[in-house]
Design a protein around this ligand. Structure first.
Ligand SMILES: Nc1ncnc2c1ncn2[C@@H]1O[C@H](COP(=O)(O)OP(=O)(O)O)[C@@H](O)[C@H]1O
Ligand SMILES: [Mg+2]
Length: 395
């Protein structure tokens, strides 16, 4: 049984039913006074926002359970530090995943015991059973020059096409015969599933790898895809890589590859911020939908590198789409370097469990984005010309 602390009873009940469907019994607590006497039978306590740290500590100590903070949105590094100061043992994304939380639970035998163990009477703290975070070693960047161009693909919304664009970019760069690494920094991604690769290595390895590796050593920590580029799939850490881990990943792959593509999560995870700062160029994916770009400006201000917008899933006729792109540039202060049209083949392939390839038009659009953002080929002015000729850059 889980204790689910949620001051919002409606959401609490919804979460409870969600967990029930996954075979987890949960008891919702909406107020301090409702903390049940049978709390000792709980495997874990999950808290939504707004609970007093004193309550958190009391629950942990009285019941001997781990306290997990369940975050609706991404948590900043500072937020993470604050939460662990407030007594939380871990931060997990909403909705809580039973599979992940299980790691924090008490062993079934302990749970079943009617007798109160001496250990819990003397106030044993929460037990971490099988799961331990690998400790991050501090990462000291060496002055070795980076060889790769690092492209951070980001955005402030899920489902806008960050992963799709990352894969298309990797394919387009691979077609030029270059060494390409795609790092899945999104802890909720599923690129290995899509590419049908076993996640025998993940980005998590970069938390503990040495700061210098030979090429063959590094290749042991990546998966070769059918397309020929290398994938480093997402890991188990619910909030993604630490600052050190992300820094080391970019540093190591940056010495190895010609291009490193970072597929980030749509929120201010530490790894997203490191990606934004370390990248040579940032591509923020939006759609015409307002929610995908209204808050983009402050988000992109986290980087002082060139940042551009790519409008994806464009359905409007070319002229109208051009107007939208111009409007978007004015509103956000960032230039739109490309339009990728709604492409049914992308979605269909993904539905069929195939790697998204895109139509010829989509391929052209992606190559144009890479040129216009200065990733490949001539200078960016020339590419703007190219974009202008396409017609939509004109006022
Ligand atoms: N231009 C496009 N046309 C049609 N479908 C697209 C396009 N771009 C992305 N999609 C589809 O949208 C869905 C979400 O894309 P994804 O790349 O996973 O987004 P994100 O990584 O931003 O969450 C996927 O099913 C993908 O196939
Ligand atoms: Mg994605």
């Amino acid at each position: 049984m889980w204790l689910l602390f949620d001051k919002d009873p409606v959401r609490g009940d919804r979460t409870r039913r969600y967990l029930e469907r996954q075979g987890v019994a949960a008891q919702v607590v909406t107020r301090e006074e409702e903390i049940p006497d049978n709390g000792r039978q709980a495997a874990v306590a999950v808290f939504m926002e707004g609970w007093n740290p004193a309550t958190v500590t009391r629950v942990k100590e009285t019941f001997g359970v781990a306290a997990l903070y369940c975050a609706l949105d991404g948590v900043t590094p500072e937020g993470y530090a604050e939460l662990s100061q407030a007594g939380y043992d871990d931060v997990i994304p909403y909705p809580p995943s039973p599979e992940y939380v299980r790691q924090w639970g008490r062993r079934a035998s302990e749970q079943a015991a009617d007798r109160v163990s001496l250990e819990s009477l003397v106030g044993a703290g929460p037990r971490k059973t099988s799961y331990t975070h690998l400790d991050t070693r501090p990462f000291a960047e060496k002055p070795t020059p980076r060889r790769a161009k690092v492209i951070a693909v980001t955005g402030i919304k899920g489902g806008v096409g960050k992963t799709t664009l990352s894969v298309l970019i990797a394919g387009a760069l691979m077609a030029k015969g270059r060494r390409v690494v795609l790092a899945e920094l999104d802890p909720q991604g599923n690129l290995s599933g899509l590419l049908k690769l076993d996640r025998v290595v993940t980005v998590d390895r970069f938390e503990t790898l040495p700061d210098a590796l030979s090429d063959p050593e590094l290749e042991q920590n990546m998966l070769r895809t059918e397309g020929g580029w290398w994938l480093i799939p997402k890991g188990e850490r619910p909030l993604g890589l630490s600052r050190d881990g992300a820094g080391r990943l970019i540093h190591l792959t940056g010495q190895y590859a010609d291009y490193v593509v970072l597929d980030t999560h749509a929120s201010r995870l530490v790894s997203t911020l490191v990606g934004l700062q370390e990248a040579d160029v940032v591509l923020a994916v939006t759609t015409a939908d307002r929610t995908t770009w209204t808050d983009l400006r402050p988000f992109l201000q986290a980087t002082d590198k060139p940042a551009y917008l790519v409008m994806n899933r464009v359905r409007e006729p070319r002229r109208r789409a051009g107007d939208v792109a111009l409007f978007l540039s004015r509103e956000t202060g960032y230039k739109v370097v490309g339009l990728v049209r709604e492409d049914a083949t992308l979605y269909e392939r993904v539905q069929q469990g195939l790697v998204p390839m895109g139509s010829r038009q989509t391929g052209d659009a992606v190559r144009a984005v890479l040129r216009a953002a200065g990733v490949t080929g001539g200078d960016s002015e020339a590419s703007v010309e190219h974009v202008k000729r396409k017609g939509w850059w004109k006022r």
